[in-house]
Design a protein around this ligand. Structure first.
Ligand SMILES: [Zn+2]
Length: 156
């Protein structure tokens, strides 16, 4: 994980990533603490998808971005910076330094189509793996599955 460009509210959007050609992540339900949504926007087409962790379609994501997808963009801008998010999604905005609202406006203005929800399961399972790391006891021994992280300094 890259350190966030600015502090984020993890309770609202506990997981956000630019991966697999999408901005995607996990967004908490505003009303039910036991429910989360898996939301995504495809780069280039802005095809969007939102469903619960039980793969029920989000009622708000018919026709356009729901509040979960908007929250995902807001948190992605905090995590990665607006320019990086705009570049990844190929979102053209009039501003050189757009904010989350400008990015959402630029994407919704193209009337993006609803994407398929097949990505939700792998995104959610990656989120659960991240959670599993939080629950580990802090140790100094290497974790084999984390070896792909680049070393922070050269080993002599
Ligand atoms: Zn939604």
């Amino acid at each position: 994980m890259v350190p966030p460009a600015r502090p984020r509210k993890l309770a609202k959007v506990p997981f956000v990533e630019l991966a697999d050609g999408r901005l995607q992540g996990v967004v908490s339900s505003g009303s039910d603490i036991g429910r989360v949504y898996v939301s995504s926007i495809a780069a280039g087409t802005y095809a969007f998808a939102c469903s619960t962790n039980n793969n029920r379609p989000c009622g708000g994501a018919r026709g356009s971005f729901c509040n979960h997808i908007r929250a995902l963009v807001t948190e992605a801008v905090l995590q990665y910076g607006a320019q990086r998010v705009a570049r990844y999604l190929k979102a053209d905005t009039p501003d050189a330094e757009p904010d989350a609202d400008a990015l959402v406006s630029a994407m919704t203005a193209t009337r993006p189509a609803q994407g398929d929800r097949s990505a939700a399961a792998p995104v959610f399972s990656r989120f659960l793996r991240h959670l599993a790391y939080l629950e580990r006891e802090p140790v100094t021994a290497p974790l084999p599955e984390m070896q792909w992280f680049p070393p922070t300094r050269a080993v002599a």
